[in-house]
Ligand binder design. Sequence first.
Ligand SMILES: *[C@@H]1O[C@H](CO)[C@@H](O)[C@H](O)[C@H]1NC(C)=O
Ligand SMILES: *[C@@H]1O[C@H](CO)[C@@H](O)[C@H](O)[C@H]1NC(C)=O
Length: 352
Amino acid sequence: MRKKLSILVNLLSLGSLLTTLIWYTFEDSYVEFYRPSPQRGAPKPSELCKGCKEAIDKVKKLYNQTWKKHEENCHRFRLQLRINCNGSNNAIVTQENTPVGSKIVFDKDRTVIPVTPELFNILIKENPFSKKRWDTCSVVGNGGILTNSGCGKTIDSTDFVIRCNLPPLENEFKSDVGMKTNLVTANPSILTKKYGSLMARRRAFVDSLHQYGNSLLLFPCFSFGAYRAVCQRAVYAIEDMEIPVQPIFTNPQYLQSMDKFWKSQGVNGHRPSTGAYMISLALELCETVHLYGFWPFSNHPYKLFPLTNHYYDNVPYDSRVHAMPDEFYYWVQLHNKGILKLHLEDCKSGQV
Ligand SMILES: *[C@@H]1O[C@H](CO)[C@@H](O)[C@H](O)[C@H]1NC(C)=O
Ligand SMILES: *[C@@H]1O[C@H](CO)[C@@H](O)[C@H](O)[C@H]1NC(C)=O
């Protein structure tokens, strides 16, 4: 079984090298965790896909290695986000902004549901971000660039750590990605695919949540009507089994204002990735934002060895849905403007 899996993974990596650019996903990561050993040293010419070296060189040339925070650019960008999206007040559906008897309009398929007392009861009372600000935040993408990065301690040393789509943190991953989690997103598609829509036993799902401690667990449950029921089951499972995470729900109005904002910034995907939403939120809430695990190419930026698509598996992302290249170039720009810090190097001990 393991052997078969490793052949499959090898085939997948080969396939990914043939495609010019393979981007990592924040959703649909449901394949059992399997970690191929990444190859070290300079790859043979056959391992670097056609055009990849050029693309990587171009990004590296663009990317400013000496980074300094630019206070004014930071302040201006934060103000723009506050005016257009107001995440610190609107990012979450709360009992405050969504009373019983009001309606929730889903941002993607325009499903409209009434807010019943039953639904109201699973909403958080007030926005957990409205009065909070943090000095340093990390947004951790799930890219294969984190494998063997040794960035775990550095990530954990920041004040607020945001992770995407229920990534594994324990055992062999800990030293590269850290354990601290203050906010973790859970796309409903992962509940469907990895946990059988929670129609049968829920133990595997709730057990996996222990690694996130008492973090906020953010579900984008009001985008597609079809996911509503599985979200409800997830929240009931968490409550019934007394798991310490706090479920919260993305406000569809916030997602809409975000889509509009990113379009206005020239990022033209079908829709922003979870990472893009989380980075935007962090830029509103945090003084300094660090990005780890964001690198969409299938080879390491400096050592050029082949990377898996995630640090924990090699499932490709759906290029029909997200515009990872556009997004990534945008992070590089924000990095160069001193608005956030995009980390592409491995972490040396103690360095933030
Ligand atoms: C790179 O960043 C340094 C320090 O912030 C700055 O002085 C320099 O102008 C930047 N270079 C480019 C090409 O952006
Ligand atoms: C954000 O929303 C809150 C609550 O609705 C409001 O009081 C505040 O003025 C808004 N901020 C901006 C910049 O629009």
